[in-house]
Design a protein around this ligand. Structure first.
Ligand code: F6R
Length: 363
């Protein structure tokens, strides 16, 4: 049942204020969820977290690396499961091994989990399918409570994975004493504001639709971001290529001048994810380097960012102002919508992209 939507993907994008609120209620207000976090994981027992997943789930891990390292001061390594499983990475009892999977059945992720058994101190997973192999074989499986995700491109599962990882970060910070009580409260308020901001972000769909009509004409697109918006740029590129079949790449803004800037011309639009935050000026200067070489910019920012840095850009997408480290969750919405509307414009099969399966149970 698509609930009146043309595609499952559009329905699942629209469900995010609700699915996020569910996850946050469970992990930040509900006793059972808090119990899982408080008594299930003792972050003081670990020197590092090794996170392993595939595709979009691995990008959720990558975003959360910024949170765990900056807020809870715990070193995080991330890897895609297909590389991790054959690398024979050293692990010990002070390593927390964390697996993220929507389906809970991804073959490489499951094999990586099995490799960690008896080597890592704890096997923790974050899953949507709680009756899955990955959930069963973990010491503790945390549900994301997103409900069934039918569209092959992951949308609501991605943001719910991020919400659970954010709640875990706050728990880790409390346990490890890395933030003051006042800062913990501020972060927790910012996290609880996310579902409302996601609802606001959904209302700008008409702007994105208009930009997508332009974007659909191009063969190559670059996505740029800094800090936790760098993995969001990777996710934006992944989503666009998998459903619209437009070649797209994500780069850290600061890496531009180390190679990819050579590609810039008027035939390759550059999507820049740049909220008005502490990194704003740095990313804007990278963006201006693109513009100076004739590049077409699609700037995704808030009102303040667009007024301070939006001069001369090709297309603007105005987001609600979202402050703090969890703002990337809100920016998932425009990158999903951009991929969605571009695919609709091109007439591709949004829910069943060619060559892709929802659950990748073979290596
Ligand atoms: C992209 C996408 C895939 C999955 C990946 C992992 O939109 O859906 O990249 O994220 O195949 O799948 P799970 O999370 O089921 O392990």
């Amino acid at each position: 049942d698509k609930g009146g939507h043309r595609h499952y993907m559009s329905k699942e994008i629209a469900e995010q204020p609700t699915t996020l609120a569910n996850a946050l209620k469970y992990y930040t207000e509900n006793r059972e969820g808090q119990h899982l976090l408080e008594h299930g994981v003792d972050f003081t027992a670990f020197d590092r977290i090794v996170m392993v997943a595939c595709g979009t789930a691995s990008l959720a891990c990558f975003v959360s690396k910024y949170w765990f390292e900056q807020i809870a001061r715990i070193p995080v390594e991330i890897d895609v499961a297909s590389e991790f499983r054959y690398r024979e990475p050293p692990l010990n009892s002070r390593t927390l091994a964390l697996f993220v999977s929507q389906s809970g059945e991804t073959a490489d992720t499951l094999a990586a989990l099995r490799y960690c058994k008896g080597k890592a101190g704890m096997i923790l997973s974050i899953v949507n399918a709680t009756e899955s192999s990955i959930a069963r074989e973990s010491d503790l499986a945390l549900p994301i409570l997103a409900g069934p995700e039918i569209g092959v491109a992951s949308t609501k599962a991605f943001t719910s994975q991020l919400a659970v990882l954010a709640a875990l970060t706050l728990q880790a910070a409390r346990q490890c004493g890395t933030v003051t009580a006042a800062r913990a409260q501020e972060l927790s308020d910012q996290l609880r504001a996310v579902p409302g901001l996601v609802a606001d972000a959904l209302t700008i769909a008409p702007q994105i639709h208009r930009v997508a009509q332009q974007l659909a004409r191009f063969d190559d697109v670059l996505f740029l971001g800094r800090g936790a918006f760098y993995p969001m740029a990777l996710e934006g590129a992944l989503k666009l290529k998998e459903i619209s079949y437009i070649h797209a790449e994500g780069y850290a803004s600061g890496e531009l001048k180390h190679g990819p800037i050579a590609l810039i011309d008027e035939d390759m639009p550059v999507v820049v994810l740049v909220p008005h935050d502490a990194m704003f000026d740095k990313t804007i200067s990278n963006m201006q380097e693109v513009m100076a070489r004739g590049g077409k910019i699609i700037m995704i920012s808030d009102a303040r960012g667009l007024s301070e840095g939006g001069d001369g850009v090709w297309q603007r997408i105005e987001m609600p102002a979202a402050a703090g480290p969890f703002a990337p969750i809100v920016y998932a919405v425009p990158i999903q919508q951009l991929a969605y509307w571009t695919a609709v414009e091109k007439g591709t099969d949004v829910d069943q992209p060619r060559n892709l399966a929802k659950s990748v149970t073979v290596e």
